[in-house]
Design a protein around this ligand. Structure first.
Ligand code: NAP
Length: 542
C-alpha cells in the first residue's frame, strides 16, 4: 500500500445509511464528538419505520415511555407522550423534534439511495455510489438500515393487471380514501392486524386473506393524562433501569418461578390479569417457561384460544383465527385493538388460504381456487425481508471484492452482530445477530450505537484507522447465536426471527437463518462490554 493512497483523506469520516431511530442517534453521538459525519436516507424525510409505515392503525407496540431516547434528560423532560402506545404521526413528530432540537437535519441528505459500497483496502476507505450519480468516500460505513425496511410482495401471477389500486402497507399512499370501498388485505401479521382493526368500520367490504393465523393480544391503548406524564417524567431513571434488566428491554419482567410449581388457579388468575393489562405483559411478563417448555406453552396457548373463542361470535371463524402450528408467544405477538371483534361485523370476511389458495390476481380482484373476489383496493400486508434484506439490497463488497450478500447467502456471518469479517470499518449498530434485533428497538439501538461510537473513539485515541473482525471470532459468535435458538420454542416458528419469508428466494421454510440474538438484552450488553473492556478482543485493529 503506498503512503500516498493511504493518507488520502476520505470525503467524510463516517457515512451513516438511514435516518431512522438508529441513524438519528448515531449522528447525534458523532456530532457531539465533532466528527465529520453525514446521513444518507432514501426517504424524503427522517423517521425510518415511522416515516414509511403510514398505514391506518400504525402505532407502537412498545410503551411510548419506554420507546423514546434515554440519552438526554432535557429531551425526556420536554417531550409529552399523549398515548400509552403512540401512533405513527406523533412518533414521526417526536423524531423530527429530536433532530431539530439537536440540529441534526443539516447533516442529513434525503431522497438518496446508496446503490453500492465497496471497500478500498489500499486507501482504508469505503467508496459509495449513490443513485443520483455521486460517488462519496468515508472511513467508517455505519449501517443504520433498519430491521424491517425491505418490504416483500407475494409472487402471484397477474399482480400488475389489477385495475384498482394496490400497494404494500410500507408504501401506503397519502391520497387513498377507503370509505365505502371493497378492500382486500393479504396477510395477518402485526401490520395487518393493526390495519384491519383500524379500517374495518370505515370500508364498505373488507376481505382478509389469511394463510397462517397469528396469536394476537389486546393492546389496551389509552391517553396519558398530564398528571400521569408528570409522574412518568419523575420516574424515567427507574423506567430505563427496568428496561435494562429485562430480557426484552421492555417494562415487562418475566415471572421466573417454575411454571408447574405455581398452582393452576394462580396461573390462570395471572393470565386473566395480564390479558386485561396494556402491552406485551401477557407475552413478556409471563412465566419464563412458556418460551421453552412445550407443555407450559400449550396451556398458555389454550388460555389465549379461549379468549379468541369468546371474542369471535362465529365459531368456525374463531377456529380459523386460532393458530394450530405454533404456540402463543413463540413469534413476536401482534398487538391488536378490536381485531377479533372486526370479524363480528357483517362487512368483514375471512378467506382461509390453506383451504382455498390464491391462484392469481385479476384485473377485477383476486381469484382463489374457489372463486373470484372483486375489489377496489388490494393491501399487501405481506411483511419484510427482515434483518438482512436491507443489506442485500445494497451492493456491499469487502476485502477482495467479496459480496456481503454472498457471504450471507446461508444466513448472516457476524461478530457480535456489530462487525463482519472481511468487511473492515463497516459497523452495524443493530446488525443481524445483535441483541438490538430482538429487543425493544430503541433500547437495543442505544446499546449498539454507544458500542460502535466507543470503538471509533478507541481507534482515534490509539491512531488506528482499520478494524476487522477475525473469521474465528465470527464463527464462535455464530455458533453461540445458533445455540441460543436451541432452547427456545421460537426455533419451530416460521417468522422473521427465524429468517423465514415465503416471498424471498432461499428464505422459504426449511433451514433456520440465525438472524437475532436470543440471549436477552442484559446478556448481550455483558458480552459486548466484555469485548470492549478486553481491548476489542476478536477485532484486528491497525
Ligand atoms: P409479518 O409478521 O411477516 O406478516 C406478514 C403476513 O403476510 C403473514 O401473515 C404472512 O403469512 C402473510 N404473507 C406473506 N406473504 C404472503 C403470500 N405470498 N400470500 C399470503 N400471505 C402472505 O409482517 P408484518 O405484519 O409487517 O410484521 C413484521 C414485524 O414488524 C412484526 O413482527 C413486528 O416486529 C413489526 N411490527 C410492529 C408493529 C408495532 O406494533 N409496532 C406493527 C407492525 C409490525 P404467513 O405467516 O403464512 O407467512
Amino acid at each position: 500500500m503506498s503512503e500516498d493512497t493511504r493518507s488520502a483523506e476520505p470525503d467524510h469520516e463516517a457515512i451513516i445509511i438511514g435516518a431512522g431511530v438508529c441513524g438519528i442517534y448515531q449522528l447525534y453521538r458523532l456530532k457531539e464528538l465533532g466528527v465529520g459525519a453525514i446521513v444518507l436516507e432514501a426517504g424524503d424525510d427522517l423517521g425510518g419505520t415511522w416515516y414509511w409505515n403510514r398505514y391506518p392503525g400504525a402505532r407502537f407496540d412498545s410503551e411510548s415511555i419506554s420507546y423514546g431516547y434515554s440519552f438526554s434528560d432535557e429531551l425526556l423532560q420536554e417531550w409529552d407522550w399523549k398515548e400509552r402506545f403512540s401512533g405513527q404521526p406523533e412518533n414521526h413528530r417526536y423524531l423530527s423534534y429530536v433532530a431539530d432540537k439537536f440540529d441534526l437535519r443539516r447533516h442529513m441528505q434525503f431522497g438518496v439511495t446508496v446503490e453500492s459500497a465497496h471497500w478500498d483496502d489500499d486507501a482504508t476507505q469505503w467508496r459509495l455510489h449513490l443513485d443520483d450519480g455521486r460517488d462519496l468516500s468515508c472511513r467508517f460505513l455505519i449501517t443504520a438500515v433498519g430491521l424491517l425496511s425491505a418490504p416483500t410482495m407475494p409472487r402471484y401471477e397477474g399482480m400488475d393487471t389489477f385495475a384498482g389500486r394496490s400497494f404494500h402497507t410500507y408504501e401506503w399512499p397519502d391520497d387513498i380514501d377507503l370509505a365505502g370501498r371493497r378492500v382486500a388485505v393479504i396477510g395477518t401479521g402485526a401490520t395487518a392486524v393493526q390495519v384491519i382493526g383500524a379500517i374495518a368500520s370505515e370500508v364498505g367490504e373488507l376481505t382478509v386473506f389469511q394463510r397462517r393465523p397469528n396469536w394476537c393480544a389486546p393492546l389496551h391503548n389509552a391517553e396519558i393524562t398530564p398528571a400521569e406524564m408528570a409522574d412518568i417524567k419523575a420516574r424515567y431513571d427507574e423506567i430505563f433501569a427496568l428496561c435494562a434488566r429485562t430480557p426484552g428491554g421492555f417494562i415487562h419482567e418475566p415471572d421466573r418461578r417454575p411454571f408447574f410449581e405455581v398452582p393452576r388457579e394462580e396461573r390462570l388468575a395471572k393470565w386473566e390479569q395480564l390479558y386485561g393489562e396494556p402491552g406485551f405483559g401477557i407475552w413478556l411478563a409471563n412465566f419464563r417457561d412458556t418460551f421453552m417448555d412445550e407443555e407450559a406453552n400449550a396451556e398458555l396457548s389454550e388460555f389465549i384460544a379461549s379468549k379468541i373463542r369468546s371474542r369471535v361470535h362465529d365459531p368456525v371463524v374463531a377456529e380459523k383465527l386460532i393458530p394450530k402450528d405454533h404456540g402463543f408467544g413463540v413469534q413476536r405477538v401482534p398487538m391488536e385493538t378490536g381485531y377479533y371483534e372486526a370479524y363480528n361485523q357483517d362487512n368483514v370476511h375471512l378467506v382461509d388460504l390453506r383451504e382455498t389458495p390464491i391462484e392469481r390476481v385479476t384485473p377485477k380482484g383476486i381469484e382463489t381456487t374457489e372463486r373470484e373476489y372483486e375489489f377496489d383496493v388490494i393491501v399487501y400486508a405481506t411483511g419484510f425481508d427482515a434483518v438482512t434484506g436491507a443489506y442485500d439490497r445494497i451492493d456491499i463488497r469487502g476485502v477482495g471484492g467479496q459480496a456481503l450478500k454472498e457471504l450471507w447467502a446461508q444466513g448472516p456471518v457476524t461478530y457480535l452482530g456489530l462487525n463482519v469479517p472481511g468487511f473492515p470499518n463497516m459497523l452495524m449498530p443493530t446488525g443481524p445477530q445483535s441483541g438490538s434485533a430482538s429487543t425493544n428497538f430503541p433500547r437495543g439501538i442505544e446499546l449498539g450505537v454507544d458500542w460502535v461510537t466507543d470503538l471509533m473513539q478507541y481507534m482515534w485515541k490509539h491512531d488506528y484507522t482499520r478494524e476487522e473482525a477475525t473469521p474465528e471470532a465470527a464463527a464462535d459468535w455464530g455458533a453461540y447465536v445458533a445455540k441460543l435458538y436451541e432452547i427456545m420454542l421460537m426455533r419451530k416458528a416460521q417468522g422473521w426471527f427465524t429468517g423465514y419469508n415465503s416471498n424471498v428466494e432461499g428464505h422459504e421454510k426449511g433451514t433456520i437463518r440465525y438472524v437475532v440474538f436470543n440471549g436477552g438484552t442484559p446478556k448481550y450488553r455483558q458480552k459486548i462490554s466484555e469485548v470492549a473492556d478486553d481491548g476489542y478482543r476478536g477485532l484486528v485493529l491497525s
